[in-house]
Ligand binder design. Structure first.
Ligand code: PGA
Length: 250
């Protein structure tokens, strides 16, 4: 049985004071939740207060990116070790916005996945096709390259720990969610692709869906056979809405 994992990806939103206010609102209402892993991924500047304030609770903190080197002359970058020492447990890697605006490739993503595991962080690795690729019938080809090249060479001890987020680019922030059937079809395909490289653990790997997930559609998405959680942008920014998403079972 794969334990559901609901993660909020705040992107470039909320300073550290707003982060504290959100955490103080959400912690008491989520304290009784034990059957879902809860993750919040605020901006770097909020991570310090977020990890301190959630210590000892059932809310885990993730970063939205890292750099693959441990230290050195890399102005503006943050290492996995810095995140781990702060108390982070997760890190999002290869979000489509980073692929689109910051030149990330399957190769840089691969290096970042290794760096995350080396620092004791669990990577949430984002994959997904654009609308153009979907229209051209290239979904399998795109996902296959993202999985094969992104996860290449990963040591067997890490296989079951990785979290994959299927985020069709056309569904992110557009209000246009993939239908539950469309999403599940991609998740089944991803699990098949994962099975080709991680034969023993593909069934245990959690695959989140992301792209315009909200309280109104989460239940139906989570009812699908291969959807094991959600990576949520806009609807994770308000405590009331994030609470409903985490408590999708009702
Ligand atoms: P969205 O973003 O929920 O606002 O569509 C999801 C994501 O990009 O992770």
């Amino acid at each position: 049985m794969r334990k559901p994992i609901m993660a909020g990806n705040w992107k470039l939103n909320k300073n550290h004071l707003e982060t504290l206010a959100f955490i103080d609102e959400i912690t008491p209402v989520l304290s009784g939740v034990g059957d879902v892993d809860i993750v919040i991924c605020p901006p770097f500047t909020s991570l310090n207060v977020a990890t301190a304030r959630t210590k000892g609770t059932n809310i885990k903190i993730g970063a939205q990116d890292l750099f693959w080197e441990k230290s050195g002359a890399y102005t503006g970058e943050i290492s996995g070790e810095m995140l781990k020492v702060l108390g982070c447990d997760y890190v999002i890697i290869g979000h489509s916005e980073r692929r689109q605006y910051f030149g990330e490739t399957n190769q840089t993503i691969n290096k970042k996945i290794f760096a995350a595991f080396a620092s004791g962080l669990i990577p949430i690795v984002c994959v997904g096709e654009t609308w153009q690729e979907r229209s051209a019938g290239q979904v399998e080809q795109v996902l296959s390259a993202q999985i094969r090249e992104g996860l290449q060479g990963l040591n067997a001890e890490y296989h079951g720990k990785i979290v994959i987020a299927y985020e069709p680019v056309w569904a992110i922030g557009t209000g246009q969610t993939a239908t539950p059937a469309q999403a599940n079809e991609a998740h089944v395909l991803l699990r098949k692709l994962l099975g080709e490289i991680f034969a023993e653990t593909a069934q245990d790997i959690r695959i989140q869906y992301g792209g315009s997930v909200k309280p109104e559609n989460v239940r139906e998405l989570m009812a699908q056979s291969d959807i094991d959680g959600a990576l949520i942008g806009g609807a994770a920014l308000k405590a009331a809405s994030f609470e409903k998403l985490v408590k999708f079972k009702g």
